[in-house]
Design a protein around this ligand. Sequence first.
Ligand code: BTN
Length: 243
Amino acid sequence: LFTNVIFYRSINSTQMAAQKQVSDGMTHGTLVVADEQTNGKGRLGRTWHSEKDSGVWMSLIVKPDIAFEQAPQLTLLTAVSVTRAIEKLSKVNVTIKWPNDLLINGKKVCGILTEMQADTDRLLSVIIGIGLNVNHKQFSDPLTDIATSLFIETGKTYDRSQLIGGILDEFTKLYQLYLDDGFAIIKPLWEAHASSTGKKISARTATTVIEGIALGIDNEGVLLLEDEAGKVHKIYSADIDLH
Ligand code: BTN
């Protein structure tokens, strides 16, 4: 799948570089990777700290033949791919916090940012940004309590290209399964790592905060949340706090 690789020692953001590739006509199967990002982007306009040589900072460009509404499923698929790659190489247990945070011992080790390009009703391409903290020795405030790295959790340093290879292998496998058989094949793999199912959470959406028990995801990858009155809410996009 990823035969076209664009590598930077330092760049503002692999996500922005990938966007430029897409507007220049490069779409399916391109990988943009950097040793350092000077302006890494997180979800909801946040900054993503991407120090030199300490993590995997990369963006994948794919053009799946799926409906616009299904694109978020690729975030879940990517979360499973990265989880598997980490577990294979480091033997550490990774959980997924819906939709896109990977946690080790409750702290965030990886974030995924999925951006779509579409015209009125057609999905044109998807850029999936992956930020994985690998060899950081420590984080400074205010990240200390919420962020972690593979080194901090296992006491070992990792070869970043081996991790990239592992992630791309897993992604390529799952992506093919997904295109052949749909999200139903990914759902149980995602659920096996879900950190929130059955737990009390609050979901902060753009307009409101809903508290309740996370029931899991539905067949589309949408989060189901049951509030105290027993009403089940479908959450398409939100920040989740685990209680
Ligand atoms: C999040 O907020 O959890 C998502 C973080 C995504 C970070 C990655 S690092 C590679 C790619 N380039 C960016 O600028 N952001 C994503």
